[in-house]
Write a protein that binds this ligand. Structure first.
Ligand code: IMP
Ligand code: MG
Length: 175
């Protein structure tokens, strides 16, 4: 399948940066001076996480967890860990950072997986959410933007690994 970028931004660089500043403030307000383990979900959330943490005042460390569930623009429904944490999160505040919650299957899988390690608290921040597609049990605590059921790329999000470097969020069309 060939994908073509619709260069009309769905969410512009300016909208992204101002919302991410607000999210950072909100998150800092929740944790205050307490130490947080920020767990970025690879690969989609690497750009979002890099920008978000620069607006969080609470002391933190960054960890990465890798999952893969998508092939093209459709979920395979099977989540697989491709990269695991490098530290113990037991008794610590954990903030999972996702690029997008679509059906929520990935979120449910990761939440169960991380809760087994007994963090002190567990919260989730997602840049994007597609509420119309949700069928998950777990909850998202901080959401950047809610969007419709369309497939979007840019700002770290991809289709078959492509378009992550687009600085804004846009739709893709199939050819
Ligand atoms: P879920 O398990 O259905 O919630 O899917 C979550 C994962 O699918 C996300 O972490 C993304 O990697 C990917 N995904 C879902 N929707 C989109 C999209 O519109 N663009 C790019 N990736 C997406
Ligand atoms: Mg992803």
């Amino acid at each position: 399948m060939t994908y073509r970028l619709n260069t009309q931004p769905l969410i512009s660089e300016k909208q992204l940066s101002s919302r991410i500043k607000e999210l950072g403030r909100e998150i800092s307000g929740v944790y205050g001076h307490e130490d947080v383990v920020v767990v970025a979900v690879l690969k989609g959330s690497f750009i979002f996480t890099a920008d978000l943490i620069r607006h969080i005042d609470s002391p933190l460390i960054v960890e990465f967890i890798g999952v893969s569930s998508y092939s093209g623009t459709s979920s395979t429904g099977q989540v697989r860990i491709t990269h695991d944490l490098s530290c113990d999160i037991e008794g610590r505040h954990v903030l999972l950072v996702e690029d997008i919650v679509d059906t929520g299957e990935t979120l449910d899988y990761l939440s169960e997986y991380l809760l087994l390690r007994k963090p002190k608290t567990f919260k989730v921040c997602s840049l994007l959410s597609k509420p119309m597609n949700h069928k998950m049990a777990h909850h998202v605590d901080f959401i950047g933007f809610e969007i419709g059921p369309e497939f979007v790329v840019g700002y770290g999000l991809d289709v078959d690994g492509r378009f992550r470097q687009i600085p804004y969020l846009a739709r893709v069309e199939t050819e």
